[in-house]
Ligand binder design. Structure first.
Ligand code: ZN
Ligand code: ZN
Length: 374
């Protein structure tokens, strides 16, 4: 189905300087071509990776429109798009190529072309969907740049969702929540009756806690240093919490889980915490490393502990998810009351985007959601 639209006015939040603020600016967005879809953004979650780029820990070019947890309504589709049409409710997720070896194996989150598709700041041909009077601004962040009233995505990374779900809250399912829940359900495949620990009780770790409960783990430990996060963890599925500032984390988990946990997720991106997560595993346990640390960060652990206890350490991106299946599954679980991710969220108006960033970084809000003006 083809819909012809002219370019249209957009308001977009631009980061112009390293560690700089978001400034809301006027732009225009092109009509979708080929396999692209134009989405009116209803809301977009704010994820730690947005801050990683703002702070230039990853070398993604500035100035840029960030935002990679968009939810919205399809306004128009390019001539090669099948399966999406205007009016569809969509969650925007990471982009992938669909033809590399790992995509062919169904692991699009490990796409060989992940970086050029999600972090280049432009389409593959170097062009931009957004035009600013002030000059060139990078976009296409995670195939979307959804801190804006409209975004261009592709048919691969715009996931159609059921219309009775709360669209304004769904964007974080496209990255942070998918990462935590997918690591538990898709990558680790946490089993009923097993033990699990989440190192870091932010959006990723708490999503993992909720998913571990869905999976039937009977010992679920959340580790953090923020008391409010630990009490929320207990409300949404943790059976125990450990305050990293007050307790010896490894000893505490070993005592709670019969010598160590079967599964762990490390989402803090801190090398010392990752080492604790490996040490806290029991025999044959697996630790998933999911936090985005600075390039060159090294994990130091006891080789004999890993070898003699048959431990596994593995990296996971985006929860090993196939988003077209997994995001609708999470929505179904949510609507059944079994995955209360809304407990992590707080909604901010678009012009309060800098307040949302500050609240997130200072631990006052776990998952900010930026609501676009309609
Ligand atoms: Zn690929
Ligand atoms: Zn993210």
């Amino acid at each position: 189905m083809t819909t012809v639209v002219e370019s249209r006015p957009v308001k977009a939040a631009v980061v112009r300087a390293e560690r700089g603020a978001f400034s809301i600016e006027d732009a225009t967005i092109a009509a979708p071509g080929g396999d692209e879809v134009l989405v009116r953004i209803v809301a977009a979650g704010m994820c730690h990776t947005d801050m990683v780029i703002r702070d230039q820990i990853y070398p993604v070019p500035l100035p840029i429109v960030l935002g990679h947890e968009g939810s919205g309504i399809v306004e128009a589709v390019g001539e090669r798009v099948a399966g999406l049409e205007p009016g569809d409710h969509v969650v925007l997720t990471f982009d992938s190529c669909g033809f590399c070896r790992t995509c062919q194996h169904g692991v699009a989150a490990a796409c060989r072309n992940f970086n050029p598709l999600n972090f280049a700041g432009a389409r593959n041909d170097g062009s931009h969907a957004l035009s600013f009077a002030s000059g060139s601004v990078n976009d296409r962040f995670f195939g979307q740049s959804s801190f804006a009233t409209y975004a261009i995505a592709t048919a691969r990374n715009a996931i159609k969702v059921r219309r009775d779900a709360p669209l304004e809250l769904l964007g974080p399912l496209g990255c942070g929540i998918q990462t935590g829940a997918g690591t538990v359900l898709n990558a680790l495949r946490v089993s009923a009756g097993s033990s699990f620990a989440a190192f870091g009780a932010g959006a990723v770790g708490l999503s993992a806690v909720m998913a571990a409960r869905v999976a039937g783990a009977t010992t679920i430990v959340a580790v953090d240093v923020v008391p409010e996060r630990l009490s929320l963890a207990l409300e949404i599925g943790a059976t125990h919490v450990v305050d990293g500032r007050k307790e010896d984390v490894v000893e505490a988990i070993r005592a709670l889980a019969g010598g160590g946990v079967d599964y762990a997720i490390e989402s803090t991106a801190r090398a010392d915490v990752a080492a604790q997560a490996v040490a806290a595993l029991g025999a044959r346990g697996t630790c998933a490393i999911v936090g985005a640390s600075a390039p060159g960060t090294e994990l130091v652990c006891d080789i004999n502990d890993v070898m003699q206890n048959g431990k596994t350490i593995r990296g996971v991106v985006e929860g090993d998810s196939v988003p077209a299946f997994f995001i609708p599954q999470l929505i179904d679980l949510h609507l059944q009351g079994r995955f209360p991710f809304d407990r992590l969220t707080r909604v901010y108006a678009f012009d309060a985007i800098n307040e949302a960033a500050a609240d997130s970084e200072e631990g006052r809000t776990i998952k900010p959601i930026i609501r676009m003006p309609s």
